[in-house]
Design a protein. Sequence first.
Length: 355
Amino acid sequence: MESDLGKAVVNAPFTVSELLSNWKAAILTCNLPKESRMDGISKWIILTRACVFSMTVTSGLIGGLLAGTAKTEPIGWLYFALSVIGITIAHAANNLINDYFDFEAGVDGSDNYARARYAPHPIISGLVTKAHLRNVILALNVIDGAIMVYLTAMRGLPVLFFALAGLFISVFYVAPPIRLKKIGLGELGVVLVWGPLMIGGTYFVTVGEIPLWVMIASLPYAFLVGTVLMGKHIDKAPQDKPMKTHTLPVLLGDKNALRLNQIVSVLFYVAIIGLVIAGNMTPWMLVVVFSIPMLITTLKRYSEPKPAEMAESPLYYVGVAFYFTRAAGFWLMVGLLLNLVLPVSFIQSLLATPR
């Protein structure tokens, strides 16, 4: 009787509240509570690791908001929207590609490896087969390819450079023969993708040009995204080192890698202030100082040894780096949005004494 009842519960239709609860948990944590049933949408939210897509959407929004303040006309908001959709799909494909090639190379071949402990691995978990995963990766890249062709037709050949450069880094981050992650170049690849390629590329498709200062302005946030990957690799270093996966933390050592993350986190504010002083960014950008409380928490976490109870956690340093990057990116977007809605020049004109 209990067995039949259990089967009835498993096969029962999902309620709306159950689905919403699942989707919320999946988006926030890339996982579901143990007592939850897996629905189809939650499965792909988890397998594509959509919980970290906020960094990609933030890069796209930064590019679009920077373009929105440009003097160039016309502003192609449709192209901007397609660009953000395209880079988000590319991020999903990139995560699946990483899982596929790491599994093929034997890096993710165990339930005890860090990747399989913080969220279900597509293949190891049994949620999809290798063939199914390949098909999904192909489908996502076909969709992205269609967006790329359309934007290239509308904005010109530079779109191909941004898209194909991102695809190259995405694929060869883990794929042979280059495997950027294994030779200490994975972190640099992430900075290039989430900065000049995503922010710069979105800016370009929105207004049809890309001044040098925009490429420079794309770097502060991109380096913060790099600290997230660095945190992840610090957490995984004990397992990566024996496998000869020479991520930057493996090459530098945990202490130096944590110090580098501290320096980069502080330099984010220095860079924003410098861009404001140089006149490339509006004074509204100084609202990023509201993320300093999270910076202090992050610097403290980097300065302290891992608690004994967290020694095996694959999410200790990457977690705090992600939350800090999310906070700093949020206030960066607030500053850009304020300048778009209420430019400093407009405020100055209101305060000017009539002659």
